[in-house]
Design a protein around this ligand. Structure first.
Ligand SMILES: N[C@@H](CCC(=O)N[C@@H](CS)C(=O)NCC(=O)O)C(=O)O
Length: 210
């Protein structure tokens, strides 16, 4: 039976879960969440995830939300992207870094700058968020000095988590050429067999709303 991932292309949090499922070689298919029409605010969706967020993974009886938890589930189920046992907590450490400092801030900043109606875009808030994000990119960039992967010698769910928003083309203050170690690491991820860009992996694209 195929795993279902409720997700949408514009969502970097969904991308982390989708890319983990894909690189784990698990059988899965995306189910589009019509976020821009308010789908996550409906009672139907909230009965699936009371947190009202994508992604949601359904694997038979197992319903799981929070991208990091879904990533861990896919890694445990497939035995892929898990690194060495001794590195388990180091991987977890970078997953929490992503959830707090990277994806949550990048997701909100990108949303404000690209998807929120212009009249609601607050320049000071965006400026503040970009400063916070720039500090997070510096930390990630320093961690990747002389390293191909965040933890150990192969790609793990820590890499897939932290790259969640960094392949998107919409501007939100991240430019690959400004953070050279991140740029090199993103190329490593892109060259991993099975890698797909978010808009090629999940349904939903800003061009749908033009
Ligand atoms: N920490 C959550 C964040 C999920 C999240 O913020 N999802 C966004 C889309 S990227 C969402 O569905 N937001 C719905 C809303 O805020 O109403 C995760 O990692 O899954």
């Amino acid at each position: 039976m195929s795993i279902i991932l409720h997700c949408f292309g514009e969502s970097g949090n969904s991308y982390k879960a989708a890319l983990t499922l894909e690189l784990s070689n698990l059988t899965w298919k995306p189910e589009k969440v019509d976020f821009f029409k308010g789908a996550t605010r409906t009672s139907g969706f909230k009965s699936l995830n009371l947190m009202g967020e994508a992604p949601v993974m359904v694997d038979g009886e197992v319903i799981l939300t929070q991208s990091g938890a879904i990533q861990q589930y896919a890694s445990d189920k497939s035995g892929k992207l898990s690194g060495l046992t001794k590195d388990k907590y180091e991987i977890l450490r970078w997953m929490f870094f992503d959830n707090h400092k990277m994806s949550s801030q990048a997701g909100n900043t990108r949303f404000m700058m690209n998807f929120l109606p212009e009249k609601h875009r607050n320049k000071e808030v965006i400026h503040f968020m970009q400063g916070r994000l720039s500090a997070a990119y510096d930390i990630l960039n320093n961690a990747l000095e002389d390293k191909d992967w965040l933890v150990g010698t192969s790609i793990t769910i820590a890499d897939v988590a932290n790259c969640g928003y960094l392949f998107y083309p919409e501007p939100f203050g991240f430019e690959r050429k400004k953070w050279v170690n991140i740029d090199r690491w993103l190329s490593n991820i892109e060259q991993t067999p099975g890698w797909k860009h978010p808009y090629d992996l999940m349904p939903g694209n800003p061009s749908d709303r033009l």
